[in-house]
Ligand binder design. Structure first.
Ligand code: UDX
Length: 441
């Protein structure tokens, strides 16, 4: 059994809540701190403050062991030896750069409660250079404390699995004794994972910070690459799904993350590539990642194309057309609507005068808070009733499993737009549907 480490987790949003519960699952004693009272109350009751498969179960399990406690007071971290900083770094409202207000405030408050020899571990996604700056800040009031950077790669919908079975661990460490000490402590924290041969990459601060944004930039580029090919397929009469299968067999390319469609959204990829560009500009290396501007542009063009396609199938008569949008979350198995392509398309069609009804298995409350003018329907069959066009924009399993015959009896027009290339074209056309998709004839 691995050593039991006293851990604090500061920030109990997506990353922090999952990290705190997972560390308790590994056998550690964890105290989670967040300024948001509602969030802390929900967690204290063993409830995840957002939808994430497996998290409620994990929370009630670890809460019952007494190894996870939560608090709104930063002083609760006293007594912990390792402090994970998991607060958000959203896009700034006045531009593309990351907003570091929360990270800075959290660390400034945290240092007042640090004990001798404590280790502060940054997990938030930050512009390169932040770790060194925070390390200096920690050193001014606690010269015997150390700071490490340990980026997190979890995906929403698989967050628990990704945290307990990561592809790799990355330690960004300072030189010398402080770095060695931080590595020993992190090895204790992750002992169970290391025993399962999870690769561990030890490096300096800037590399660790860059690993995270490089990984997300690569993934965003891969998606936009296939979506650029979709644009070509549309004008040349090709089929991007077949193309993706064909190039994906090349092991150097690989089929994963080559699903063409509405493109990427969410709380990470869009803001991370923008913040990366802004930081590269500051460092005088803007040219090196200027292509990420193109990646972003390709991505937003897909949303426009989807709206055009909807207008086209409605014969240009969008005004008062009944449009059913399947999916509001930025991806399946999530209730997150941050920068959601689906919700964006729904809102644009409503602006053009369509009567848009949105269905989503989990994200309706979040979607309504963002786009209150749309109609929302929790019952799938009721949402489909009377539709002039159905748009599948987030590929939840229950949509992929829809029976075209059954749905055909509910709608006014058998017209379906598959924004995620998630349905079988032959099944739908055989059932008499007009089937249209992005990047396919
Ligand atoms: C991403 C990274 O994958 C993760 O490693 C990082 O820690 C945080 O950002 P996440 O935002 O949860 O995770 O979602 P992800 O599964 O990466 O999907 C991002 C977006 O890309 C979604 O909108 C998804 O629909 C879209 N996508 C994904 C595609 O359009 N095509 C694909 O082939 C894959």
């Amino acid at each position: 059994r691995a050593a039991n480490v006293q851990i604090s987790v500061i920030g109990l949003g997506y990353l922090g809540a999952v990290h705190a519960a997972s560390m308790a699952k590994l056998g550690h004693h964890v105290v989670g701190v967040d300024v948001d009272t509602d969030r802390v109350e929900a967690l204290a009751a063993g409830k995840a403050p957002f939808f994430e498969p497996g998290l409620d179960d994990l929370l009630s399990q670890v809460m019952a062991t007494g190894r996870l406690t939560v608090s709104t007071e930063m002083s609760a971290v006293e007594g912990s030896r390792v402090h994970f900083v998991c607060v958000g770094t959203p896009q700034r409202s006045d531009g593309q750069a990351a907003d570091l207000t929360y990270v800075d405030a959290a660390v400034e408050e945290l240092v007042r409660h640090l004990g001798a020899g404590d280790v502060v571990v940054g997990k938030s996604t930050v512009p390169v250079g932040t770790a060194q700056r925070l390390s200096d800040l920690v050193a001014t009031s606690r010269p015997d404390a150390a700071l490490a950077w340990n980026p997190e790669f979890l995906r929403e919908g698989f967050a628990v699995q990704d945290t307990l079975h990561p592809d790799r661990l990355v330690y960004g460490l300072p030189d010398g004794e402080a770095g060695e000490r931080a590595a020993v402590v992190l090895d204790e924290v992750y002992a169970t994972l290391l025993a399962e041969d999870v690769p561990r990459i030890v490096t300096d601060y800037p590399t660790a910070e860059l690993v995270k944004v490089a990984a997300n930039s690569f993934l965003a580029t891969k998606i936009s690459f296939i979506n650029a090919m979709a644009e070509l397929c549309e004008v040349a009469g090709g089929d991007v799904a077949r193309l993706a299968d064909a190039i994906g067999y090349d092991a150097r390319i690989g089929r994963r993350f080559l699903n063409a469609g509405l493109g990427f959204g969410g709380g990470c990829l869009p803001k991370d590539i923008r913040a990366f560009r802004a930081r590269a500009d500051e460092l005088g290396a803007g040219d090196a990642v200027a292509f990420l501007g193109e990646v972003d542009a390709i991505n937003t063009r897909r949303r426009r194309r989807m709206v055009e396609l909807a207008v086209e199938v409605l014969g240009g008569m969008v005004e008062s057309a009944e449009v059913t949008v399947l999916g509001a979350a930025f991806k399946p198995d999530s209730d997150d609507v941050r920068d959601s392509p689906a919700l964006d398309v729904a809102a644009r069609l409503a602006e053009l005068g369509a009567v848009v009804t949105v269905h989503d298995p989990q994200a309706i409350d979040n979607a309504r808070a963002k786009q209150p003018q749309l109609h929302y329907e929790r019952d799938l069959e009721a949402a489909l009733a009377g539709a002039d066009a159905v748009l599948l924009l987030t590929e939840w399993k229950q949509y992929r499993d829809l029976d075209p015959e059954r749905v055909g009896t509910l709608v006014a027009q058998r017209t379906i737009l598959d924004g995620r290339n998630a349905l079988s074209r032959t099944m739908w056309t055989d059932a008499g549907w007009q089937y249209r998709a992005l990047g396919r004839r």
